[in-house]
Write a protein that binds this ligand. Sequence first.
Ligand code: CP3
Length: 341
Amino acid sequence: MSLFINTLRGKASNETPVWLMRQAGRYLPEYRKLREKSSMLEMVQTPEMAAEVTLQPLRRFPLDAAIIFADILTPLIGMGIDLEFKKGEGPVIDNPVRTASDVRALAVPAPEENVGYTLDAIKLVVKELNGKTPLIGFSGAPFTLSSYLIEGHSPGDLLHTKGMMVGDPPLWHELQEKLVTLCVEYLVAQVEAGCESLQIFDSWLGYVGPREYDKFVAPYLMKLITQVKARVDVPVVFFATGVSALFPRLGKLPADAFGVDWRISLPEAHAAIGRSVPLQGNLDPQILAAPWEYIEGAARAVLDEGREIPAHVFNLGHGVLQHTPVDNVQRLIELVKGYRR
Ligand code: CP3
């Protein structure tokens, strides 16, 4: 069993495994080169290209895990929405889901017909990695996927989303049920294709207060993770940002580990979660674009805090930013690989 999987299983050793969210992407010149000729969607939807992009950071750095190159939004295309990644704007959905008939029209296709390209990319990557490095599969969480579906773009505010949530609970329920099914099947299919770990991204959960979390979000997260864990035996990591105050509630989810952003220290997050669980995180990605002298101290502080919790996977508190110097990423990973708990 690899260092990464063992650590997520709570079996910490004196080494801290490391991977970075968005470790593949625009900060890498070799990614930008491919991206000159193809759109983000073409790259995800062509298995050979998606596999190549997944492997790019592993050729440069001694990472302990790979993450399949896809997006949390690509599985929504098969539901019947028009998704585009627009330059400078990010994801745009031209036909947002606002009414009962919009929700009812959403299909829940099987992963093989919906995202066969990602499953094929996983098989190519697993073959290439040849048992040396585990591959992470992932999905968005129902709340965050809803926020894109309903707002139609990266949610600056969540007025339409919360409007449906609290204004029409039966319709919200219907949408959440469809998304839970889509996500469970997608996550299970990724494991069947060869992924050894799963991560669930709930990037916008930090905008939800405890009352609405309990009523409109928690039941579906509980169902999603419970169903996945009943079907596949791989560690499931739950990641959200801005949720320091929700950790006591999130701790009740049956996730095997939690991703932590930079707004809280690892020991404080662990105490708030309230049970013995491995944590992943949490260097501020904006700090990783700062002078190395500062980064080094900040990264060592994260590693030292990681010794105060039962098991620690080093990561950033969110994805690598586009303007991060590659050299900073290189030095960071070497620092983590040289560290002993
Ligand atoms: O390396 C990896 O981490 C794996 C691939 C991955 C991508 N997106 C590729 C991508 C993963 C795991 C994601 C998850 C994702 N996508 C999330 C959850 C994590 C988070 O960041 O909160 C969210 C909210 C999205 C939605 C999304 N996709 C946005 C808001 C954007 C535009 C912003 C941006 O950075 O351009 C994307 C596009 C996207 N997804 C890119 C990449 C590499 C940039 C594509 C490009 O233009 O080349």
